[in-house]
Design a protein around this ligand. Structure first.
Ligand SMILES: *[C@@H]1O[C@H](CO)[C@@H](O)[C@H](O)[C@H]1NC(C)=O
Ligand SMILES: *[C@@H]1O[C@H](CO)[C@@H](O)[C@H](O)[C@H]1NC(C)=O
Length: 458
């Protein structure tokens, strides 16, 4: 993610949501089948499930149903300090479809942007793929492998982001490293990403209540003193007007709690332990404005297939990650990625460290991706194993303009790198998209992974 996803949009009117487990609502993970392919193209269906992130869940007193957190404030009596709060509060099961608009069918996952549930209006969601034990996260190592999925984002307008990505969370959600965390991956705990989000209510088994500040423009979110950082591979951040594939790296491996300068907040953006900008390949931003969009070469008005290949320098799974390639398949046709056409920059159609360095130079951007290790570091994160995330969200910090419009908004849109998509700079205001596009939806389906060339028909 480019700006902070910190202020996630979560709207609970009547209910609010520790790190203990509540039992008022049964937790039943929606089933999702995925495919593991082998060289030659035969694929095996694996029965898996998804779990909702704990931050979206009802957090209540263990001894009853009193909210620990209401709107965007903590109950000071139940939560006098971070550890007591984690002991006193339980995170409960989720009504996936009724409350959160999350449904699955076979190999398809649908995430609906706004859901008017019985107790609340929910905005956006974030789910993780669980392994066959229905409890631990599925861990992915994608070096010298490819990852493929179908996406329908025809119902995803400017300002929204239907995202599929990998983050370096703990396989058990942090339960073994942080014994105060009794909920674990079964309840979607342990999130982290390169924005080092501060809106996460429990980090390292403690409530993030110190210096908690309620959001000015999100009635249901706030930010605490600590952030939670880790490597992030954004395979897909997109809406019907554009898409980006973006590796982001950190100077640390594994989920790491940050405080102060290390979090890289505000003016300290380039002083933190993670690369918040990343090295993005967005076809529009890289000079091809007719490649991906409604009615274009990759036509976002209907479903298509996205293939992402993680090449290593020696073509082995233990080699150094050296290149991230992208291709599309739609209506039976394989579509090569667009090529960059930026004055003063060589032509590229994939992400390599050379591409990243050339892009940062051409756009005059700070190169924190290189400083923090570039693609080899992204590869080391895959060696540790990464968790698959799928989400739909709106952006309370930058209105998603970094993805689909001109950004920064005060820069000259004709300067290289400023124009990122066709959306108006006035678009993407959360209050507007939430009221005007409540039915917005993204469908991810047919997830496949395996050796290079095994997941699609060429
Ligand atoms: C909270 O903020 C204050 C001032 O803003 C700061 O002095 C303090 O170190 C912060 N942390 C805690 C744990 O209070
Ligand atoms: C890796 O495979 C590519 C073709 O897919 C080939 O061009 C390249 O030479 C190979 N590299 C090594 C080190 O074997």
């Amino acid at each position: 993610m480019f700006p902070s996803v910190a202020l996630l949009s979560l709207s609970f009117l009547a209910i609010a949501y520790g790190q203990q487990v509540g039992t008022l609502t049964a937790e039943t993970h929606p089933k999702l089948s995925v495919s593991q392919c082998s060289t030659g193209g035969s694929c095996q269906t694996l029965q898996r499930s998804v779990v909702l992130d704990s931050n979206w869940r009802w957090l209540h007193e263990t001894s009853g149903s009193t909210n620990c957190y209401t709107g965007n404030t903590w109950d000071a009596t139940i939560c006098p300090d971070p550890v007591t709060c984690a002991e006193n509060c339980a995170v409960d099961g989720a009504d996936y479809s009724g409350t959160y608009g999350i449904t699955t069918s076979g190999n398809a996952l649908t995430l609906k942007f706004v859901t008017n549930g019985p107790y609340s209006t929910n905005i956006g969601s974030r789910v993780y793929l669980l392994s066959d034990d229905d409890e631990n996260y599925e861990m992915f190592s994608l070096k010298n492998q490819e990852f493929t999925f179908d996406v329908d984002m025809s119902q995803l307008p400017c300002g929204l982001n239907g995202a599929l990505y990998f983050v370096e969370m703990d396989q058990d959600g942090g339960m073994s490293r942080f014994p105060n965390n009794k909920a674990g991956s079964k309840y979607g705990t342990g999130y982290c990403d390169t924005q080092c989000p501060h809106d996460i209510k429990f980090i390292n088994g403690e409530a993030n209540i110190l210096n908690w500040t309620s959001s000015a423009n999100d009635p249901n979110a706030g930010s605490g003193q600590y952030g939670t950082c880790c490597n992030e591979m954004d395979v897909w951040e997109a809406n019907s007007n554009g898409a980006a594939v973006t590796p982001h790296v950190c100077s640390v491996q594994g989920q790491t709690r940050c405080e102060g300068t290390d979090c890289g907040d505000g003016d300290e953006r380039y002083d933190g332990i993670c690369d918040k900008d990343g090295c993005d390949f967005n076809s529009w931003r890289m000079g091809d404005q007719t490649f991906l969009g409604s009615g274009l070469t990759v036509d976002t008005s209907s479903k298509f297939t996205v293939v992402t290949q993680f090449m290593t320098s020696d073509n082995t799974t233990s080699g150094t990650l050296s290149e991230i390639r992208r291709l599309y398949v739609q209506n039976g046709q394989v579509i090569a990625n667009s090529k960059t056409t930026i004055p003063g920059m060589d032509s590229f159609d994939s992400i390599t460290d050379d591409f990243c360095n050339a892009q940062k130079t051409a756009f005059g951007d700070t190169n924190s991706f290189e400083k923090l290790g570039g693609l080899p570091t992204m590869g080391e994160a895959f060696d540790q194993g990464m968790v698959l995330v799928m989400s739909v969200w709106d952006d309370h910090e930058a209105n998603m303009l970094w993805l689909d419009s001109d950004y920064p908004t005060d820069a000259n849109p004709s300067s290289p790198g400023v124009s990122r998509g066709p959306c108006a700079t006035s678009s993407g205001v959360p209050a507007t998209v939430e009221s005007q596009s409540p039915g917005a939806t993204v469908v991810f389906s047919n997830l496949k992974f395996g050796p290079i060339g095994s997941t699609y028909a060429s």
